[in-house]
Design a protein around this ligand. Structure first.
Ligand SMILES: Nc1ncnc2c1ncn2[C@@H]1O[C@H](COP(=O)(O)OP(=O)(O)O)[C@@H](O)[C@H]1O
Ligand SMILES: [Mg+2]
Length: 267
């Protein structure tokens, strides 16, 4: 049984158009996707196609209007301790030190002080920030803050990790380092990860499967298996296999972008 089963999900927002008139914007329709236990699945699609909308629904931060979502075979619950989320911006608490930021989720779970510290330290070490545990977020670089955000979510030990373009705001070098670091961590504990991105290379490098989304309304149009060997390293980007997958996905994104432009003509 798949970890997540989304069937014919629909989500529409009531918006005001440019003329100030209310209208319905259907963002997701006939959105169906299975995510397997322990897999790294990327959701790839053009900006505005509804990737974050779906992730937010899974996170319990938004609702859906029709369809069905099952987690471990049970209907999705609004609140759950088993999901962890990492957004593009770090969402750290500025008045707490690094280690105290890591402990938040553990506090909420009612884990005792000593045990909290032990778990938090383990994950700080995993992301290479042991020397910074008593610093405050503003004393860290963007890349380090995102490392803290990832360590925090890992410390919380969720079954399902939801990551919404977690590296999009980082410079290229930091992003590449963190991609490899996240893969290394994932390869040791194989949590189920839904990773939202609009970067083709990132999706290929990280994933077992890439689910490609089209927009208006957003739905999955194709799912591609990434049969590249693991553990994956930087070198894999230069392989022929990688280039072939990239070409294929690039073609899909281009076709989708052309579609969006043709809609634009009628707006
Ligand atoms: N709360 C909301 N109210 C109205 N429209 C929204 C809301 N959230 C998202 N949208 C619209 O839904 C579409 C998809 O947004 P989003 O899921 O953020 O896309 P993506 O993450 O793929 O870039 C966009 O057109 C966006 O404007
Ligand atoms: Mg988004």
């Amino acid at each position: 049984m798949a970890k997540i089963q989304a069937r014919q999900v629909r989500r529409a927002f009531s918006i005001r158009n440019a003329k100030g008139i209310k209208e319905n914007l259907t963002v997701l329709e006939h959105f169906s996707l299975d995510i397997n236990e322990g897999e790294f699945l990327s959701l790839l699609g053009p900006s505005g196609c509804g990737k974050s909308t779906f992730l937010n629904i899974l996170a319990g931060l938004d609702k859906f209007d029709a369809g069905e979502i099952l987690v471990d075979g049970e209907p999705l619950q609004e609140r759950s301790f088993n999901r962890g989320i990492v957004f593009q911006s770090y969402a750290l608490l500025p008045w707490r030190t690094v280690i105290k930021n890591l402990e938040i989720g553990l506090e909420i779970r009612g884990i005792g002080k000593k045990e909290r510290r032990r778990i938090a330290r383990h994950y700080i070490e995993l992301v290479g920030l042991a020397a910074f545990e008593n610093q405050y977020p503003h004393q860290l670089s963007g890349g380090m803050r995102q490392r803290v955000a990832i360590a925090r979510v890992l410390a919380y030990q969720p079954d399902l990790l939801l990551m919404d373009e977690p590296f999009a705001a980082l410079d290229a070098q930091t992003r590449e380092n963190l991609q490899i670091e996240l893969l290394r961590i994932w390869e040791t504990d194989k949590k189920t990860i839904l990773f939202v991105t609009h970067s083709i290379d990132e999706a290929i490098l990280m994933s077992d499967r890439v689910a490609f989304m089209c927009s208006r309304p957003g739905r999955i149009t194709e799912i591609i298996d990434i049969d590249l060997p693991r553990p994956r390293t930087e070198d894999i980007r230069n392989s022929v296999e990688f280039a072939l997958i990239r070409k294929n996905l690039w073609g899909m994104l281009q076709a989708e972008a052309a579609q969006i432009q043709s809609y634009g003509a009628y707006l």
